[in-house]
Design a protein around this ligand. Structure first.
Ligand code: BJ8
Length: 386
């Protein structure tokens, strides 16, 4: 992307630094007696922990730092996200894991399921069982009962009681956060967008490590306002005419920023993330009326992840993002050895081909070894967009 002079709003930096500065904030929270729950996946219902007055946190899983440690136990030919998650735990290098009183895993892909068994030998791990399909009559009641089993576990582990009113309050709080994050990333519907895809990702990723909700909401609001003001003053961080791409696939952030950099250094811009770090997590809200356990189960059952079969919700969201963000094409990132996303690529390819949207899929891991190849492939794809 051609270099354009642009002064970043200061709040952007606070999001970029959030994961690191969050370590100290978490330490301070623990010293005040806070209960901490470590999580890995977007299927984990954070509302349950918030309702119990606990602090949920995303555990370290996005760097290759501890993969050699993990490979002493796990097979090398395994998704880097799973190896990194386990490696950080056994090497005791993730402060968030260290501070977690309870870790909640989920039965998403096979690799994670089996890794949680090993993790259970060093931490208190509760596994949330998920149905494998969103369709049919049995999935919703199954998930409701699993959410209630999680409630029981939390109540026992932390000596608390979760009343329905607490859960409804937590649902409303999370919905307010989702609305604001959506308002933030939807700014990139502008042409040209008011931020690069890397800047957008850093806010999305960093927002997971701000634990004080009112402070997080205030920072998000400030970031939105600053971006609008900068735009009104004529700031243009993205060149007019840059090809607009939607990202899809496995979770992005940390080591996989290399994929975003390869694309944006080749002249295109990522306008939206369908991935878990983005719209897959923030596009919808949990219903605020009726039974909160049912509402929660409906919401989580609707997450469009490739571990579900079939997975129509991913197609619906991806198609909508492409329309709303006026995409010129779609790039998918698949982590090495992630079978569900790698196979679902075929469905995505034919879905986008029917819409006449160019599609590139990039398989990668957390190492820096393929940066040159990623750049070559991204540049060649962007050139075909005209
Ligand atoms: S809701 S995308 S965070 S499962 S670990 S499936 S990359 S082989 S992370 Fe995920 Fe939840 Fe779905 Fe989102 Fe593949 Fe690796 Fe498995 Fe992975």
């Amino acid at each position: 992307m051609p270099k354009v002079e642009f002064k970043l709003p200061e709040t952007f930096e606070s999001f970029g630094e959030a994961r690191k500065s969050g370590f100290l904030k978490m330490k301070a929270l623990k010293e005040k007696g806070a209960g901490v729950v470590g999580v890995f996946c977007v299927y984990t219902p954070l509302e349950v922990f918030l309702a119990a007055g606990l602090v949920p946190v995303s555990l370290c899983s996005t760097s290759d730092e501890t993969i050699p440690e993990a490979e002493k136990t796990l097979p090398r030919n395994l998704c880097p996200l799973i190896k990194a998650s386990y490696g950080f735990a056994v090497a005791d290098k993730c402060p968030y894991m260290y501070f977690s009183d309870l870790v909640v895993g989920e039965t998403t892909c096979d690799g994670k399921k089996k890794m949680y068994e090993l993790l259970g030998q060093i931490k208190d791990v509760h596994v949330l069982n998920l149905p494998q399909t969103q369709s049919g009559q049995r999935s919703l009641p199954f998930l409701i009962s699993e959410l209630k089993a999680l409630k029981d576990k939390v109540e026992t582990a932390f000596g608390v009681t979760i009343a329905e009113a607490d859960l409804t309050r937590a649902i409303k709080e999370k919905n307010a956060e989702k609305r604001l994050i959506k308002e933030f990333y939807e700014l990139s519907q502008m042409d040209p967008p008011p931020m690069t895809g890397l800047q957008q990702l850093q806010v999305l990723f960093g927002s997971q490590f701000k634990f004080d909700l009112p402070e997080k909401l205030a920072d998000l609001r400030q970031t939105i306002d600053d971006l609008k003001e900068a735009r009104a003053k004529g700031e243009r961080p993205v060149a007019k005419g840059a090809k607009r791409l939607v990202m899809t696939g496995c979770p992005t952030g940390g080591a996989t920023e290399k994929v975003i950099k390869a694309i944006e250094e080749s002249g295109a811009v990522i306008v939206a993330y369908e991935n878990c770090t983005g719209a897959r997590q923030y596009d919808r809200e949990v219903r605020e009326d009726g039974d909160p356990w049912e509402a929660l189960a409906e919401y989580y059952l609707g997450v469009g992840c490739s571990v579900m079969t079939p997975n129509p919700n991913r197609l619906e969201l991806l198609g909508r993002l492409c329309r709303e963000f006026k995409a010129d094409g779609v790039v998918e990132m698949v982590l090495q050895a992630c079978h569900t996303y790698a196979i679902e690529t075929q469905t995505i390819r034919s879905f986008l081909s029917d819409k006449g949207l160019p599609f590139l899929t990039l398989e990668t891991d957390y190492s820096a070894g393929d940066v040159g190849q990623l750049k070559t492939r991204a540049a060649a794809f962007i050139e075909t967009l005209g």
